[in-house]
Structure formats: structure tokens, C-alpha cells
Design a protein around this ligand. Structure first.
Ligand code: ADP
Ligand code: MG
Length: 342
């Protein structure tokens, strides 16, 4: 017994040290990409290198998708005059997945809403309220069904005059891809915050769930609506409080209703989607914001196969959560969240 004691003690001490070391992110970096601030926290062996690789991947995706960059694949698609454009595997994969989500949401998500986004000045910051006739002329240009994707051949084409952008899904896809790469490299714990899109790999190093604060749109995101606990999931929020301008007392935001080419007015101020697939969560956060609370709740009931949960905040400040969040969403003090049942 006595003989083994020092070895046992040494082992216990080593475990304790490892335990302490795990509390700190092994690597933590902040980058600016895709028009927003991103932070990458990676834990465990090789964290430094994996965080650096993740940043490289984000910059590469940004170069592929920046709608204003003449060297990007999306710029090429938007300016090819209807000709086929060759795509990288990532762009083809994202377009394939996103087009399916455009169809699933009955066009509430529409990748070709870009002419409307531009007409309102969201691409340059020169905000304006376009005339009715101008918007009426834009509506026929918004139609994702006219984007032809040859996924196997990794190429696509868009009719002349139409334009698409991946703003509604790019960060979600980036989070999903990075999570996949980190898991494959053996990382068991990481938290990626990509400008409002949260993507978790595993749980916290101590095994407890990540605790993610959801911004309260009524306070321009300065306070929390509550906290949601997640493991291995994405948490994506779209809201009218993130990018907007005001004119004559009316607020106009960057999420467009494809039917009107104007900011979507479904009565919601924010939508948070929680689920395993970051691309799905990002696509739905935008689409459900367009749909409004009632249609969003119906969509959730109709699509249990998507395995997502929702937090819907209405413009009157009321909050609804879907039933699966009852045990993992903690509302801020004094807040009552109504539950949407299946
Ligand atoms: P954010 O990127 O601010 O987190 P979203 O994911 O909701 O928010 O994406 C909004 C972006 O998507 C807009 O900036 C615009 O480029 C594009 N967009 C706006 N309306 C739509 C829509 N109905 N369908 C698809 N993309 C849209
Ligand atoms: Mg989105």
C-alpha cells in the first residue's frame, strides 16, 4: 500500500492540474470577417493551430462569397449575364442546401432578394425609402426558382438582371463547417461566435452545457432576454434591431419580404433558432422573421424533422418559446415566456 501511495498522489496531482488547465480557453482569437466581429474559443490539445485554421477557413469563405468583391464567386454569378459560373465545392454545397430551404419556407427565404436590399441602401449605408413603383419593379426580380444549380457539376447560373447574396445563410454555414472540421480534428470543446451566430462544439471543458445569452431586441440588444443552455448546437438570431435606419418615425431593417421588396413586417422584432445544423438555423431565423409569429409557429409544428427550437419576440415585447426549450431556456427576471406546443 505504502509503496504505491506516492504514484497515486502524483497521478491525482496531474489530473487536478489538467482539470485547472481546462477551465481556460486554450486558444481564443477575435477576427473581423463577413462584415462583423467574430470570436473563436477552442479548448484542448492543438487549440492554437486549430483556431488559426478556423480563421483561415472563414477568410477563404468570405473571399468566395463577398457580394461586393469582384473576385468572389457570388459576384461572378451576379454579373455573368446568364452564363454558367464554376463554383467551389463549398459554394455549391451551400447553394444546394439554401435552395432547399427557400423551397421549404415557401420563398420567405429567397437568396435573390439582393436587389431589394440594395434599393433600400443596406449595401452602402446610403439609406433611402424607394418609391412604390420602384419596389413593384423589383418584386419580379426576386425569385430563387430561377437560380439554376448544377450541384454535381459545381456550377450555377442566374438570369441577367437578377442578383443573389448569401448574407442570410453564410455565417450559419461557416459555423457548421468549422464545427465539422474541429470535431474531425479531435476538438471536443469550442465556442464560435460569428457575429450573432453562435456555434458550439461539444460542451464546456468541464462537461456542463454552454450558456448563451439571447439579446433583448426591445433594448437594442443591450440587455438579455434570457439564457439558453446548449451542447453541440447552433443558436442563431435575426432581428430588426441589428441593422436598420429610421425615417419619419418608422424603422426600416435589412430583412426583406420577397413579396413586397420592402422590410418584412410580420410583427416580430427577433427570431432565435436553436438546432444541430447552423445553416438550417440561419436560414430559418431569416425566413421565420419574414413569416411572423403565427406562420412561424405553424412552420415549426409542421416540420418536427428539422429538430429546431424557437424563441420568438414580438414587437409588443411578448416572448414565445417552443416546447423543447422549457427545460433549457431561463428567461430574464420578470419575463414570462409563453410556450408553443407541438
Ligand atoms: P444577419 O446577417 O444580420 O445576422 P440574417 O441572417 O437574417 O441577418 O440575414 C440578413 C441578410 O440576408 C440581409 O443583409 C440580406 O443580405 C439578406 N436577406 C434579406 N432578406 C432576405 C430574405 N428574405 N431571404 C434571403 N436573404 C435575405
Ligand atoms: Mg439568417
Amino acid at each position: 500500500m505504502r509503496k504505491h501511495a506516492p504514484a497515486a498522489l502524483a497521478l491525482a496531482a496531474a489530473l487536478l492540474l489538467a482539470g485547472c488547465a481546462q477551465e481556460q480557453p486554450s486558444a481564443s482569437s477575435q477576427i473581423f470577417a463577413m462584415d462583423t466581429v467574430m470570436s473563436l474559443e477552442v479548448y484542448g490539445d492543438g487549440a492554437e493551430e486549430r483556431a488559426a485554421q478556423a480563421a483561415e477557413t472563414i477568410y477563404r469563405l468570405e473571399d468566395l462569397w463577398d457580394v461586393t468583391d469582384e473576385g468572389s464567386e457570388i459576384w461572378a454569378l451576379d454579373h455573368s449575364g446568364g452564363a454558367w459560373v464554376d463554383l467551389s465545392p463549398e459554394t455549391a454545397e451551400l447553394l444546394d442546401q439554401a435552395l432547399a430551404l427557400c423551397a421549404l419556407t415557401d420563398g420567405a427565404l429567397d437568396l435573390t432578394a439582393y436587389p431589394a436590399v440594395r434599393a433600400w441602401g443596406f449595401t452602402t449605408g446610403d439609406y433611402r425609402v424607394p418609391a412604390r413603383e420602384e419596389l413593384e419593379a423589383l418584386v419580379p426580380l426576386i425569385d430563387y426558382t430561377r437560380l439554376e444549380l448544377d450541384a454535381a457539376g459545381a456550377r450555377a447560373r442566374l438570369p441577367e438582371g437578377m442578383e443573389l447574396d448569401l448574407g442570410a445563410v453564410a455565417k450559419g454555414y461557416a459555423g457548421a463547417l468549422l464545427a465539422r472540421q474541429l470535431r474531425e480534428a479531435g476538438t471536443a470543446s469550442a465556442l464560435l461566435s460569428l457575429g450573432g451566430n453562435i456555434q458550439a462544439v461539444g460542451a464546456r471543458p468541464d462537461g456542463s452545457p454552454w450558456r448563451i445569452a439571447i439579446q433583448d431586441p426591445a433594448q437594442d440588444g443591450q440587455a438579455a432576454l434570457g439564457v439558453v443552455e446548449i451542447v453541440d448546437q447552433a443558436v442563431v438570431t435575426s432581428g430588426g434591431y441589428q441593422r436598420y435606419f429610421e425615417e419619419d418615425g418608422t424603422r426600416y431593417w435589412h430583412i426583406m419580404d420577397p413579396d413586397t421588396a420592402a422590410p418584412a413586417r410580420g410583427g416580430l422584432s427577433s427570431v432565435t433558432v436553436i438546432g444541430a445544423d447552423g445553416t438550417v438555423c440561419d436560414a430559418l431565423s431569416t425566413a421565420l422573421f419574414v413569416m411572423g409569429a403565427e406562420r412561424a409557429a405553424d412552420f415549426w409544428r409542421d416540420h418536427p424533422e428539422l429538430e429546431v427550437e424557437l424563441i420568438l419576440t414580438a414587437e409588443d415585447g411578448s416572448v414565445q418559446i417552443t416546447q423543447g426549450l422549457e427545460d433549457c431556456f431561463e428567461p430574464a427576471q420578470g419575463l414570462e415566456a409563453a410556450v408553443i406546443a407541438p
